[in-house]
Design a protein around this ligand. Structure first.
Ligand code: WT7
Length: 651
């Protein structure tokens, strides 16, 4: 955090929008003015302009039962029809919705008319499997067009999807299926990653053996990897046997604006992931509004590419709902950035003439490491807007992104938001805002934030404090699935009616906001949220482990990295003779239990952990150690010699 503050204080560069860009920009100052004079009126106008309502709303916000908001409550719409049919009806059926690029090099371009047909077919199949309004469907797919089709087919029926990232383990998938009581799982045999097929259907089979709820009645399987899969007759069905032959006639029914659209699980401060619940009308409004204005979308000419997987919120709002609601043409890529060669992303930008690119700082930093000669082999001149999300982007990476990828003169927008906020909350608007590398800058029009101290008082001057959102917003989470108490406790208890985001922030003299990282026990690894408690409980579940402490340590590429300190059980001490092997085994264990993204960078086997007299582990000291710093103040430790002993063991 101090390193980031230092960066923030040193950073003085500013970039004015070019007059040419400003002249053609979608957004202008009037959005801020209008939102400031009548915030609810502003959102109502956006909702009417950007969304097609089957029944127009008359009520904008109902906040009589905080923190449970209702937006556009008496309006009715079909989210999928907003993303599909209305564009076809408006005459844009031949516009490409998705240029899909498979990792092995196969590709498909799908128009809005074709995508609409495919979603109608899938909706008919799902309805035939008994899926209707309010039912939960788990989606566990690679980045293939069927992932988008599956999400929209669920939405079309007024059902609720729960997309689980394909990198999560059978255990993680099972607990998400159980928590949501999913009736159907949509998966693939496998997908491509780093030149190999990774299995998905076998993981689903394993998850369904572990799931205790018994809620799943069917599994729908897309053929992609061609890998061998087991089959449960009566339960499992191939997508190509059912969807391909289904009728493409399907009339979209309208649902209430507050009809649940999806659940997406994210890590909190406890071991159990939270099922963040989003609903329809408000979510779609803010996703579409921000996608249009933050990326300066001109749907007739732009080719947009967001590199996020649909398993994360960025994929929900800025691969599926925002871009499709806006009728954009976009690229969808299945694989990793370096497969089969390190220039793959730039090759894709050149091939499809991508004009808007939205990605994460961790990716930018790994390209920086590889050097500018790799992107320079490709023609990137089609790019005109660059976006960043997931963690603070350090000014060096921002400048590199603008210069090496963007050619030196195009806007870079750093967008702050969360799974819970549903859509972008803080960002510059290209063509309007003077850009400042390293700062997420200002709330988007219609959003109100503040920075408070621990007692809820606004911080003065440029001091750091806690970021809060002071007014309800259209795409806000409506709750945690099945746990209203946890929803209130996590976000609303600290500051009453203000939403507590869990991030530290400061405002500079121009009023620009700098994000300073999480203030809770949540880590940010490659822009993904991981909970220290969840990884600790996974480590403790291993038969060798007596105790474990996990910290997020600064990492040059991934932002933070998971570093674990583990005490082995005395009874195992004889068996575990090779410390390196033991720590490798524990790393593997976490990857199998939670997923590869949670695999610790390092596991240190130690004899003791630093604890206060009341038995609380002092993670701050372990973080000092993991980051190679002088260990800080140890006076509150029950035994002050412990840190010396641990330091010796680790070094
Ligand atoms: C957390 C939310 C929103 C999609 C990706 C992550 C951090 C996100 C930024 C940014 C500084 C950022 C915050 C936030 N974060 N974007 N531009 N600058 N920090 O979604 O998994 O829900 O994580 O990511 O700490 O709370 P998520």
């Amino acid at each position: 955090m101090t390193a980031q503050i230092d960066h923030a204080l040193e950073e003085i560069r500013r970039f004015r929008p070019s007059p040419e860009f400003a002249a053609q920009a979608v957004a202008d100052e009037s959005l801020y003015r209008r939102a400031a004079e009548d915030r609810l009126g502003f959102w109502a106008e956006q909702a009417r302009e950007l969304i097609q309502w089957e029944t127009p709303f008359t009520e904008v916000l109902d906040w009589t039962n905080p923190p449970f908001a209702r937006w556009f409550g008496d309006g009715r719409l079909n989210v999928a029809a907003n993303c599909l049919d209305r564009h076809v009806d408006a005459g844009y059926g031949d516009r490409v919705a998705i240029h899909w690029e498979g990792e092995p090099g196969d590709s498909r371009s799908i128009t809005y008319a074709q995508l609409t047909d495919e979603v109608k077919r899938a909706a008919n199949v799902l309805a035939g499997l008994g899926i209707g309004q309010g039912d939960r469907v788990a989606i566990y797919l690679p980045m293939i067009p069927e992932a988008v089709v599956a999400m929209l087919a669920v939405a079309r029926l007024g059902a609720i999807h729960s997309v689980v990232f394909g990198g999560f383990s059978a255990d993680s998938l099972a607990s998400r299926i159980d928590d949501a009581e999913a009736k159907l799982v949509i998966t693939a045999d496998g997908g491509y990653r780093k030149g190999k097929v990774f299995p998905l259907k076998p993981v689903v089979d394993d998850a369904l053996d572990r799931a205790t709820g018994g809620s799943v009645q069917n599994v729908l399987v897309v053929q992609r990897g061609g890998n061998e899969v087991g089959w449960t007759e009566g339960r499992d069905q191939w997508w190509h046997d059912t969807v391909a032959t289904a009728s493409a006639e399907h009339t979209a029914e309208a649902f209430d604006a507050e009809n649940p659209l999806f659940i997406l699980y994210t890590s909190g401060t406890t071991g159990k992931p939270k099922g963040i619940l989003h609903t329809s009308g408000g979510y779609l409004t803010q996703a579409a509004f921000t996608h249009k204005n933050v990326f300066d979308l001109h749907p007739e000419t732009d080719v947009y590419w967001c590199t996020a997987d649909v398993g994360w919120i960025t994929g929900h709002s800025y691969v599926v709902y925002g871009p499709l609601a806006n009728g954009a043409t976009q690229v969808l890529y299945e694989g990793t950035p370096d497969s089969p060669h390190p220039g793959r992303w730039w090759e894709i930008v050149e091939k499809y003439r991508v004009s808007i690119l939205y990605t994460a700082p961790t990716a930018i930093r790994s390209f920086m490491k590889l050097g500018r000669q790799i992107p320079h082999e490709f023609n990137l001149r089609s790019l005109r807007v660059l976006g960043s999300v997931g963690e603070p982007i350090n000014p060096e990476a921002w400048i590199w992104y603008r210069h090496v990828i963007g050619g030196g003169s195009i806007p870079v927008v750093d967008t702050w938001w969360q799974t819970e906020t549903g859509a972008i909350m803080i960002s510059a608007l290209p063509g309007v805002t003077d850009l400042k590398p390293g700062s997420a800058q200002v709330p988007v029009p219609g959003i109100s934030v503040d920075i408070l101290d621990d007692d809820g008082k606004p911080v003065g001057g440029e001091d750091g404090g806690l970021l809060v959102i002071t007014e309800p917003w259209p795409s806000m989470l409506r709750g945690i699935w099945g746990d209203p108490e946890r929803f209130k406790e996590t976000y609303w208890e600290k500051f009453g009616d203000k939403y507590f985001a869990g991030d530290g922030a400061r405002r500079d003299e121009d009023g620009d906001i700098w994000l300073l990282g999480r203030v809770d026990d949540v880590m940010n690894v490659s822009g993904h949220r991981l909970s220290t408690a969840e990884i600790e409980s996974s480590l403790v579940a291993h038969p060798w482990t007596a105790e474990a402490a996990v910290v997020g340590a600064a990492d040059e590429t991934t932002g933070q990295a998971v570093v674990a300190f583990v005490i082995l059980k005395a009874s195992q001490a004889d068996r575990v003779t090779d410390v390196a092997e033991a720590s490798e085994e524990l790393r593997r264990h976490v990857a199998t239990q939670i997923g590869a993204i949670a695999r610790p960078r390092q596991v240190f086997i130690v004899n003791e952990l630093p604890k206060t007299r009341s038995g609380k582990i002092m993670r701050r000291l372990l973080r000092d150690l993991a980051e190679g710093r002088q260990v800080g103040d140890t006076t509150t430790l029950a035994d002050t010699s412990v840190m010396t002993a641990i330091t010796e063991q680790v070094r």
